[in-house]
Design a protein around this ligand. Structure first.
Ligand code: UDP
Length: 271
């Protein structure tokens, strides 16, 4: 079910449901699929950046990536929704690609990081065949050639690991030319897979405090940004709660209402 959260779409899908849809697209058994992962930073960014908001609205799946989004959905009355962190989905899809002979393309991060991420994935999945890989430090005038390379690789899935909203922008500008049936943006995932950044331990993830763990690891880079986005998000939740109280609905409980269905992307279907 797709619901509206502060003006943006979110799909309440379990990990398995998401995986099944992604794999069906990759196999060519279903329409092409564009996946976006919604976390607090993306939501706050999309409220200010119309292009990012449009990209989310046009995505076929907008997954619940972060604990903050799950909390906001709970406050809205959707109950306890399943989180589908982009990194987990990526890892699980790569494992399925290895088993089924599907070929992912890895795009993003520094050259040595994406190479190490590929090595680590191949070590864990010896049957994995990558359609290709490319670092994420390219100039705008190099994008067309990069897209030609991705299209020519015959990739079944494209995983884009750039900062937000750069990764969403790349997919929005080039989705017509990529000819890949499943595309997904995964932020800093290659840094984790390559062992450059440590992921929060399971307990920290379970209580939804990855952002605090990341902050402790890289305070210089993340302190200002985390404070800004978390404060803005808390403000949005508070304003929404006050609007509900002041509005005609009065003290009625909030409801989890179905939103407009996802707009099907124009990514080309595999021949
Ligand atoms: N990155 C990239 N190209 C760039 C800038 C960053 O490929 O021009 C990579 C960076 O190396 C990292 C990923 O994008 O692997 C996510 O970057 P960052 O952690 O800065 O973004 P965030 O996830 O914090 O938005």
């Amino acid at each position: 079910m797709r619901v509206d959260l502060l003006g943006l779409p979110v799909d309440l899908l379990s990990r398995d449901e998401t995986r099944i849809r992604a794999l069906a697209a990759m196999r060519g058994d279903a329409a092409p699929c564009r996946h976006a992962a919604l976390n607090v930073a993306t939501l706050v960014g999309a409220r200010r950046d119309g292009a990012l908001a449009r990209e989310l609205r046009e995505s076929d799946i907008v997954g619940v990536d972060g604990a903050g989004i799950a909390l906001a959905l709970w406050l809205k009355g959707c109950g306890r929704v399943a989180r589908v962190p982009a990194l987990d989905l990526f890892e699980s899809l790569v494992g399925a690609c290895a088993r089924e002979g599907l070929r992912p393309f890895l795009l993003g991060a520094k050259p040595d990081v994406v190479a190490d991420a590929a090595r680590s994935l191949r070590r864990r999945h010896p049957r994995l065949v990558l359609a290709g890989l490319h670092h994420g430090y390219f100039r705008p005038d190099q994008e067309a050639e990069l897209c030609r390379r991705i299209a020519a690789s015959g990739a079944d899935g494209l995983f884009v690991a750039l900062p937000a909203p750069q990764q969403e922008g790349f997919l929005r500008r080039h989705r017509e030319h990529l000819d890949v049936p499943f595309v997904m943006s995964i932020g800093g995932a290659f840094d984790v897979v390559a062992g450059r950044v440590h992921r929060a331990p399971p307990l920290v993830r379970r209580i939804g405090a990855e952002w605090a763990y990341a902050l402790v690891q890289e305070p210089g880079r993340l302190a200002g940004r985390t404070l800004r986005t978390n404060t803005a998000f808390a403000g949005l939740l508070l304003a929404a709660a006050l609007r509900r109280l002041a509005g005609p609905a009065g003290a009625r409980p909030t409801r989890c209402v179905r939103a407009q269905p996802a707009v099907t992307t124009t990514t080309r279907r595999r021949s």
